[in-house]
Design a binder for this molecule. Structure first.
Ligand code: HCB
Length: 226
């Protein structure tokens, strides 16, 4: 089976919401020598985009989204250890508190950001999903965070990112603790509007931006995870 077929099969398994097939194809991809990050970027993420577009067009429904998310998790169970073991971690690049805002339970993208930051030497404290602004601020104090990464996938929960910035400011942490925001509906313009330090379009960008925010020289960064 050629690599293109493997990527097509994984795309199909995620769109079809088949966790077992997704895990099996992900394993086939690794065995064939595909880099875990390439499998994620070239098959898994486009599949989620397809599902999202189908949902928006009224051609797919919430159970479809949920099945696809499970299939993505099936693939990630195989890909995550491979991604972790391919990273070269030498020292702690910085401390990051990460989470998805209150009212929002999307976690796939946030988990990917956390994984790539860890692989690239950051100490990541993942608060999970549906996290209040106060909890972000408390954790940032507790672990002496350099960066707070805030994910939001719904237009209705994006104001939660602003609330996190306000909570950090109220705790006296700004501007020393940097805020990096992301999530499908989030833009650079929104980051500017709410006073975030950075917007990261994807997990690879998040690593490079995090390095810049802590003043570390850019290195092979996300490339180390390939
Ligand atoms: Co969800 N959902 N969903 N969903 N969902 C979206 C996000 C829509 C865009 C689908 C659509 O309509 N086209 C839409 C949001 C519309 C909007 O507001 N603009 C939507 C909706 C409406 C909903 C519900 C309201 C549906 C309903 O109940 N009627 C509901 C909300 C539940 C809630 O949160 N309260 C809901 C539920 C779900 C699940 C539970 C079924 C499932 C999530 C499962 C899980 O995470 N465990 C789900 C999924 C899977 C999606 C789609 C299909 C994929 C999201 C995803 O994982 N993308 C999504 C469609 C889409 O986005 N194309 C759809 C892949 C990751 C890798 O991308 O953007 O999350 P990402 O993350 C990137 C990037 O943004 C950046 O790096 C990541 C990695 O590259 N990044 C950061 C993210 N966070 C960062 C933080 C940083 O500091 C830095 C960078």
């Amino acid at each position: 089976m050629d690599n293109e077929q493997i990527l097509d099969d994984l795309h199909a398994a995620i769109v079809d919401g088949d966790p077992e097939a997704a895990a099996a194809v992900a394993q086939t991809g690794l065995t064939a020598g595909l880099a875990p990050l390439d499998i994620i970027n070239q098959a898994a993420m486009p599949a989620l985009k397809t599902i999202g577009e189908g949902y928006e067009a009224g051609e797919m429904f919430l159970p479809d989204l949920m099945m696809s998310a499970r299939a993505m998790e099936g693939a990630m169970r195989i890909l995550q250890p491979a991604l972790t073991s391919s990273g070269v971690v030498r020292e702690t690049a910085g401390t990051v508190v990460l989470g998805t805002v209150k009212g929002d339970i999307h976690e796939i993208g946030k988990n990917l950001v956390g994984l790539l930051l860890s692989v690239n030497g950051f100490a990541v404290h993942d608060l999970g999903v549906d996290v209040s602004a106060a909890r972000f601020a408390d954790k940032a104090v507790e672990v002496h965070a350099d960066i707070v990464g805030v994910s939001a996938l719904l237009t209705t929960t994006m104001p939660g990112q602003k609330a996190v910035i306000e909570a950090l400011a109220a705790a006296g942490l700004r501007p020393n603790v940097k805020v990096m925001i992301g999530g499908a509906p989030v833009t650079g313009a929104w980051a500017t509007e709410i006073g975030a330090d950075a917007y990261a379009e994807d997990a690879i960008a998040a690593v490079e931006i995090a390095r810049k925010l802590v003043g570390a020289a850019p290195t092979e960064g996300a490339e180390a995870a390939r």
